[in-house]
Design a protein around this ligand. Sequence first.
Ligand code: HEC
Length: 383
Amino acid sequence: MFESMNDRERHDRRATTSGLLAAVIIATLAIPFAATTDDSRDRGRDLYEQRCALCHGSDGRGTTDNPVVPVPRPDFTECDFASREPDADWGAVVAGGGPVRGFSPLMPPHATMLNDEEIALILHHVRSFCSDTRWPRGEMNLPRPIFTEKAFPEDEVVITTLGDVNREADAVTTEFLFEKRIGPRGMLEVTMPIESVDVATGGGGTKQRSGIGDLGLGLKYAFFHDLDLGFISSLGSEFKLPTGDEDRGLGKGSVVYEPYLALGQIFAEDGFAQVQLLGEIPTDRDLSDEVQLRTAIGWAFELNEHGRVFAPMVEVIGAWDLQGKDDASWDIAPQIQIPLNRRQHVRLNLAARIPLSDTSTRPTRVGGYLMWDWFDGGLFDGW
Ligand code: HEC
């Protein structure tokens, strides 16, 4: 994957935090390193002026008086846009030209004029146009696991479908999710499940019933993020409203409050881990409170340079009934996220959720999701 100067610095820093010896080496190198950083900053600005300012403007807002380039240029000073693009994507566009990410060919390729190091220096300069550090950087927008909530605030539409396998009568759940960012760190989300479940009939048989489940309304806030550490953390909460028909087996029949903590950590070599600690507290006190720990580890890789990024992941999900009525349950969910278009803002996930405990009563479920990051373009843009 394209490595920016920032990435390299970060990997170095992460790899060397463990030992005292490393600290001594860093301290010894600190002075010459700082000196080269100043030089490289100037070089990045000079290269930007030579190669990019004609179209993107010295101020990064995009020139408006350039009739040869009729396609509007993005405004790099606008943090809402600039912060969410990772260096890997921008580096790919700069090296390979707009079309590698489904943008206009009027954004020319620079791979023959600039080497990777020069591109990294230029991007370092481009990053200086948005100076508001409250906006978490797109690098921390890790691939979305199917069950574990991400820490990064998003503008997305996700449709998730899961169906039971290895059962005589199958149940299917489809959930529609809409997420909208609020400001630099916040996010609003609405979920609506449509469920088709098997309900027992009097004579010992089952009958399939379909309908809407419990509507969810949620808020999330990224209270801490640090690109150097490769770490992001959010607090969120969701209210599930009892819109499902409980008698027909759809929904819980109670308002459920679901507070959670979500963490994301980038590792070297494009590995990552995500964790969500979630409580489920029904207002109907006859129902049990539950705690869930959802964890995902994965790896993002591209098949060719500046190509699409695939992300195989494994989630492990543990659930505990705090009233002790049920035993703890464990599930494992192997999956892969596949970008469907060149811009990579439309993605598919294929997953299986396999119970590790209580396997005789809990079915394996298979399915996946279709995700559209609507901030990055229309559903039919960038293919
Ligand atoms: C000939 C004009 C031109 C030059 C020179 C040029 N660009 Fe662009 N650039 C564009 C246009 C036009 C777009 C918008 C493409 C679109 O939206 O389809 C663009 C888009 C971009 C994007 C946006 C990708 C996104 O996520 O939206 C980045 C980053 C970028 N350019 C960086 C650079 C850098 C860095 C340089 C110098 C090395 C450079 N460009 C040189 C015209 C140019």
